[in-house]
Design a binder for this molecule. Sequence first.
Ligand SMILES: NC(=O)c1ccc[n+]([C@@H]2O[C@H](COP(=O)([O-])OP(=O)(O)OC[C@H]3O[C@@H](n4cnc5c(N)ncnc54)[C@H](OP(=O)(O)O)[C@@H]3O)[C@@H](O)[C@H]2O)c1
Length: 326
Amino acid sequence: MRAFQIDETDGLRCEVVEAPTPPRGDGEVLVSVQWSGINYKDAMVAEAKSRVRRVSRLIGGVDAAGVVVASDDPDLAPGTAVAVHGGVLGVARDGGFADYVTAPRAWISPLPAGLSPHDAMAMGTAGLAAMASVLALEHRGALDGEVLVTGASGGVGSIALSLLAARGHSPVASTGSPSAAAWLRTRGATRVIGRDDVADRPDRVLATPQWAGAIDCVGGATLASILRSLRYGAAVAASGLVAGPELATTVYPFITRNVALLGIDVVEAPPAVRERLWRELATTLATIDVAALVERTIGLADLPATLDELRAGTVRGRVLVDPAAH
Ligand SMILES: NC(=O)c1ccc[n+]([C@@H]2O[C@H](COP(=O)([O-])OP(=O)(O)OC[C@H]3O[C@@H](n4cnc5c(N)ncnc54)[C@H](OP(=O)(O)O)[C@@H]3O)[C@@H](O)[C@H]2O)c1
């Protein structure tokens, strides 16, 4: 089969190779990949001296969708449409940038009726994180007013905008890409602000309370600004670190405004949680123009250049990978 391999055994090489169809271990499922998608983590895995990749050589791709070829589980008969993601897929074992992938049963989610492998990867891990963030804010009751979405032109951010708008909320997009403003409005943003406009009063511990809730995949100073500018009782769902892993804050937002910092993870989420997220996505997507979330479709050979673009923060929305495209 064709596969996109990252090999740092002797200098870094990222290239399309011919590889054997992956063997299926005990309890594992073999999936024929129809679509994969690019996530920020894929760009981190394909870097020299990556802090995320745990082996020197592997096939990349932290998620994929397609149909079951072989499994021991009667619920996963050959031909069942599934998504594959999470655990150490594409990080410490071969991932979805290939014609076939194998994975433990716990990383496989049967797709709900009506959700095709293409649309599942238009969401991908980014969409699951966006959905989990929306549900966390809804559970907290933190959506009665403007909801800030940071990193808005990226995968998690753009999907979060669409999901919030589709579920009747009022998302505000924060972006470092002014040229994306019109596109972000078509994705559901009621207004668009710059990266530096998340909070005012930089000289004060607390900023003017503005946001009923926030979905942040940026981290670093952005997350600290969000905490300073949340309204009383509001919450931020934090899933990412594109601006860095550090968080310099004070306890004041928590003890004087009763705000909450809600951690979001979908990579280690148990199967029941994943399947609920896919079901919620399928329901909400029925009212969304999914095709508009996909910036482009590429083949395996286009991955190195596209991963560079993702690192540079210039990709808008989702990029899908068709392993069969040459
Ligand atoms: N916790 C989980 O389970 C989970 C799941 C999926 C993803 N994630 C994480 O979520 C984050 C986003 O993933 P993604 O796939 O959406 O990435 P992405 O498509 O690359 O989007 C990230 C966006 O962040 C903004 N950005 C980029 N560099 C920045 C910087 N230095 N400072 C501030 N903003 C910057 C850009 O948007 P603008 O130009 O619009 O500002 C960019 O489009 C990553 O850290 C990823 O690992 C976590």
